[in-house]
Design a binder for this molecule. Structure first.
Ligand code: G3I
Length: 346
């Protein structure tokens, strides 16, 4: 998504949010069973290094989730400095903290158009050297965590929002063409022989043309024999998304027969504008569960929420107001969490 536009919109959100009764003062907290016990598929949550040291977050995550996705620590911005030195401490700490708690780790993300290590600038225009450095980067990150992650988002957000097809205005596509996607999957497989390798993107629910382009890229990878092992739909959605969109999206993604991962779920009140959209949140979380439950078991890679408590959400930082997640700021389950459990019961 155009993050600048989105975040600018959120800056105007307080009025909308207060009008929709948003914020963490949701209805009376509800009582739910551990989500990871209620769900017949993995329940994941985005996690950051320092959160493991916070008892309320730690208790909540250990009670309800069986998998974490490092929110930023495995990305280029955290693992490689401007001189090209690899710095593993943040990602290593997420992995070790998760392992100590019996939580699995889903790797995110090896290649993203919006995070290109500075050192690649000097290689632009020299296809051979660029490709060698690119392959080495992917192999080093994927290789370090081979056997420690249960899968990878190998390439994130390769498709444009405006229906024009694949993102071209980035170092990866400029220097390698769209082969950058296939090469990333091949290099990740060379470094990690076992992990299922995912293609991940956002707005696939709201933008059918983007979804079609995403599937076209996935089919191209399969035709080329790339080791594509799954499809991730981030599902950052406004609470007023029209009924049926999420189900259509997940069914379309599942049509390739690969595992489908709802990889970054949050349901924004602020993005839904004026009015009380908490019922919309409950409806949409139910739609996500129903769509995943309708998949064959081998295609249910799981649901990952992009934060444990509302205050942990990227949509809430720097003073912006929203209440997009399952648990309130005090780690209490919200009616949205109860709606998820109800949908799991069928
Ligand atoms: O906390 C550190 C701080 O210690 C450090 O000094 C500072 C130096 O820049 O960085 C701080 O980390 C920030 C981190 O969020 C934690 O707040 C990073 O700067 C910042 O870039 C990072 O932003 C993350 C963003 O991706 C970019 O990596 C967000 O947390 C994360 O929620 C967001 O997640 C993305 C998915 O990967 C892809 N889909 C969209 C989603 C939302 O944008």
């Amino acid at each position: 998504m155009d993050r600048r536009r989105l975040l600018a919109g959120l800056a105007a959100a307080p009025l909308a949010l207060s009008a929709c009764g948003g914020g963490t003062a949701d209805a009376a907290p509800v009582d739910i069973p551990p989500l990871k016990s209620a769900a017949p598929f993995p329940m994941g949550v985005a996690a950051m290094t320092e959160q493991f040291g916070e008892p309320a977050w730690d208790d909540l995550v250990r009670s309800h989730f069986d998998r974490v996705t490092p929110e930023w620590e495995m990305k280029a911005e955290a693992v490689v400095d401007d001189a090209g030195r690899m710095t593993w401490d943040r990602a290593d700490r997420v992995v070790s903290s998760a392992e100590q708690r019996g939580l699995k780790v889903f790797g995110h993300t090896l290649v993203w158009y919006s995070q290109v290590p500075r050192t690649f600038a000097a290689l632009e225009g020299d296809r051979r050297r660029f490709e060698l450095a690119y392959g080495e980067y992917v192999r080093r990150v994927a290789g370090r965590y081979a056997g420690k992650v249960v899968g990878w988002d190998v390439v994130n957000e390769a498709v444009t929002d405006d229906g024009s097809g694949y993102r071209a205005d980035n170092a990866w596509a400029r220097n390698l063409g769209m082969d950058y996607v296939r090469i990333a999957f091949e290099q990740a497989r060379a470094a990690d022989p076992a992990a299922p390798l995912f293609l991940n993107d956002y707005n696939l629910e709201q933008l059918p043309k983007k979804r079609a382009d995403f599937l076209k890229l996935a089919e191209r990878l399969l035709r080329e024999g790339a080791p594509l092992g799954g499809l991730g739909t981030q599902t950052h959605t406004p609470a007023d998304l029209a009924p049926g969109e999420i189900g259509r999206c997940i069914r379309d993604l599942a049509s390739l027969g690969l595992p489908v991962h709802v990889s970054e779920l949050d349901i924004s009140l602020a993005r839904a504008g004026l009015g009380d959209h908490r019922e919309g949140q409950r409806r949409l979380v139910g739609e996500v569960v129903e769509a995943v439950m309708a998949l064959p078991e081998r295609q249910r890679f799981g649901i990952t929420v992009w934060g444990a408590r509302d205050k942990d959400s990227w949509l809430v930082r720097e003073g912006k107001r929203d209440a997009p997640l399952l648990f309130d700021d005090d780690a209490r389950p919200k009616p949205m969490a109860a709606a998820l459990v109800d949908a799991l019961k069928g």
